[in-house]
Structures are given as structure tokens and as C-alpha cells.
Design a protein around this ligand. Sequence first.
Ligand code: IPE
Ligand code: IPE
Ligand code: MG
Ligand code: MG
Ligand code: MG
Length: 296
Amino acid sequence: LSSKFKDHIKIYTTRIDDGLNSVLPPISSTPERLHDAMRYAVFNGGKRIRPLLVYAAGESLNVNVKLLDVPAMAIELIHAFSLIHDDLPAMDDDDLRRGKPAVHKQYDEATAILAADALQPLAFSILTNIRGGPQNAATRLVRLLSEACGSIGMTGGQFIDLASEGKKLTTNEIEHMYSLKTGALIHAAIMSASILSGDVCRDGVKALDNFGKIIGIAFQIKDDILDVVGKTETIGKPAKSDEYQNKATYPALFGIKEAESRCNELLNEALNELSYFGKSGDSLAWLAKFIVERGL
Ligand code: IPE
Ligand code: IPE
Ligand code: MG
Ligand code: MG
Ligand code: MG
């Protein structure tokens, strides 16, 4: 993976951090501890993959970067809320996130639940800040994101994940669960750019739609592989947590080799979809490779 792209991406991560810093309530405002926990959850070292996908999809469609800030921020806020809940004792019961205590450990369970509760509506409220862009863009973005994070999206996928512990799922069932719990938000990140690009042709939208669906599944398979082969110090979350929780994961049910080959197959399928965009799809291609090839 070329370092040129790393520099390119740094511009976007700085941009998203500045934006998030400006929309999150200051710690000095009441209730201070809740605002502190919200900021802790957002600024503790995430990769910012979903915002990066928003910007990269925007490049492929030539969307003004200023329009992309709002969905990029909103999706990262929803992601942060989902991780707080995912780590709670009632869910994956993980104490470490991004190499630091999970929010419920750093604060307490009630504060963690409430910080997540507050991050979610903040995401939707900033979507109404869209200025310019196609007509009805804000309304369409609210619909896209609310479906992606609700019971037919991320939350539904998280429910299926918990209900599947200890079960032997088929590959189709696993990939369906992944497409909801992880894929839905990643897909929404990519499609938000198409909403903001007034005149995208049908083939372009379809290519992004397929790309988004494929790369979301690959993302979760890779996460599961890292859970098995990674070390706690490098992945920043408790290694082997999935085995400990008896999670139905691709590597647990079909082995690491099978999981790796499926991941690479999905990467190739995803890259094929991008051929439509030529050079303007380079950033998306780089991110797709990063998702599948990122190391320990
Ligand atoms: C972790 O997502 C949760 C999954 C959907 C697998 P990321 O790997 O994007 O987490 P951060 O934001 O970089 O920590
Ligand atoms: C999380 O999947 C998916 C979410 C929607 C948060 P995991 O439970 O595998 O994510 P990590 O490994 O804890 O980040
Ligand atoms: Mg989980
Ligand atoms: Mg988890
Ligand atoms: Mg995981």
C-alpha cells in the first residue's frame, strides 16, 4: 500500500477530527461527565474508515468535499455509539477498545449507555446541517442512515450476532449477519456520497452499491481473522474475545484459511466494481485493499 495514499488520507482524518471536535458538546458544559464520555468514545484512536469511505466515494463521483463532512461525521458518531454498546457486559463484555479501557470501564455502565444514547441523536441532528447540494439531500441522508443503523441494519445485525452465539451458521447466514451488523453502516457511508452527487448515472450508483455491500462483509471477516491471529497489544481489543464468547464467526466455523480466501475473493469482486470509475476510484480501491490487507 503506497505511502502517497497515506498522506492523502491524513488530510481527511484531520478534517474529520476537526469537524467532530466542533460538533461534540464541550466537556465544560453540563453534564460534564456525560460529554467527557462522549468525547472519549469518539477520540480514542479509531481508524476513521467509514468517514474515509465517504470522502473516497465522493472523489469517485466528484462531489464537493464540503458537502461530505456532514455524513462523514454522522456515520462516525453512529459507529462510536455502536462500539460503546458492543463492549458492554450485556453484549460482548470487552474491557478494552483501541488499546484503552472501554467506555463502561473508564466511566461506568450507566454513563456508557447514556453516552451512546446521546451520540446517536447528535448524528441525526447534524445531518440537518447540510447546506447546498441536491434538493432533499438532508431528508434522504436521514433515511439512509436511520435504516442502516436500525433493526434492518446494524442493530438488527447485532441482535443476530448475540442470538447466534454457540450456533453453527451456514456461510450464507454468517454473511447475512455481517452485512447487517457491519456492512450496513459501511454501505451507507458509500451511498451517502451518491445522494450528494446530483447527477450520477445509474451504472455508477449500482457499482457503488455493489462495492459497498461486498467490502462491508470483507471488513467483518478481516476483523474476525484479526481477533483470532492478532495480539491484544496490536489490535487494541481483547484477542480471542470471539472464541471466548462462542461467537459464530467465519474463521471459527470454516477455519482461518477459508476465511482468508473468502476475504481475498471479496476484495477482487469489490475492485472489479470500481473499474467503472477509472482513476477517480483509486482512493476507494486503496481503502478496499487496506480493509483486507491491514495487518496485526
Ligand atoms: C470495529 O470497527 C467494529 C467492527 C465493525 C468490526 P473498526 O475496526 O472500524 O473500529 P475503529 O473505529 O477503527 O476502532
Ligand atoms: C462489531 O463486531 C460490529 C458492530 C456493529 C459494533 P465485533 O463485535 O466483532 O467488533 P469488535 O471486534 O468488538 O470491534
Ligand atoms: Mg460484537
Ligand atoms: Mg465486539
Ligand atoms: Mg471483532
